[in-house]
Design a protein around this ligand. Structure first.
Ligand SMILES: [Zn+2]
Length: 250
């Protein structure tokens, strides 16, 4: 077995836990009465299944918010994974990263196949339901999950302080706006956002300010935009308040 590390386990309430994997990515465990959901598995250096089983004895269902490796890397601990298959190519490409592929193979591990999840699908965990919302933008297959009981939106990389829409697999700004407008009909059902890189719960005002900023960007108000360096590339970023928040775009 390759050297595993442990995420920091931060309780959100008495049945939801945030797993912060060294500020590189964040996963969640959400327990109902009959089943528990694992949302994302980070980069693959943590045994997320083992962590989840230390928090709950309920059967686990794994859902990936999208196909990037920092969200599906630890899927090797599970037999099955739900994802919007619009991201299948992205996930397969990321699983093909040579060092990762060799490590997984050398340790006799396998990534489970993905099962498609439909927009609007409701996962019933027993006394707690999570509804799937397609939110294409960051990737084509990005989803958010709404937990009305806890008034939490799990938003993956779709609603974050620094939204990346500049990747080759990213969708147009307009598409992100359309997805958020559909979600906005449920805006009075959540007041907390837990995203794919959170180290603490954050207020749902991020949703509102980001949607305003996206519309501002789409309207062409780019005079205050700045250069943004990422992984050896430079793209443009549209800042919004408070400081540090931005939308990176093509
Ligand atoms: Zn991502």
């Amino acid at each position: 077995m390759f050297q595993l590390r442990k995420p920091e386990i931060i309780p959100v309430n008495d049945h939801i836990w945030l797993l912060d994997d060294h500020h590189e990515a964040t996963c969640y465990v959400v327990a109902g009465n009959t089943q528990a959901m694992v949302i994302d598995t980070s980069i693959g250096f943590c045994n997320i299944r083992e962590i989840a089983e230390s928090l709950t004895s309920l059967p686990l269902v794994l859902v990936n918010t999208h196909g990037h490796i920092d969200h599906v890397g630890g899927n090797w601990g599970f037999e099955a994974a739900y994802m919007n298959l619009a991201d299948l190519k992205v996930a397969e490409e990321d699983y093909g990263i040579p060092r990762l592929r060799e490590t997984i193979r050398a340790n006799g591990l396998v990534f489970p196949p993905f099962t498609h999840v439909e927009d609007g699908h409701i996962f019933d965990l027993g006394g707690l339901e999570l509804q799937v919302f397609y939110l294409p933008g960051h990737t084509a297959g990005e989803i958010a999950l709404l937990d009305r009981k806890d008034r939490i939106l799990f938003s993956g990389d779709g609603i974050v302080e620094q939204l990346w829409l500049q990747l080759p697999e990213s969708q147009p700004v307009k598409t992100q706006i359309e997805g958020m407008e559909r979600l906005r009909r449920y805006r009075d059902s959540f007041d907390t956002i837990l995203h794919g890189h959170s180290d603490a719960p954050m207020g749902a005002e991020l949703f509102d300010t980001m949607l305003d900023a996206l519309k501002d960007l789409e309207a062409g108000n780019t005079e205050h935009d700045v250069d943004y360096e990422w992984l050896g590339h430079v793209s443009k970023a549209h800042p919004f308040q408070p400081d540090g928040r931005k939308i990176v775009y093509k």
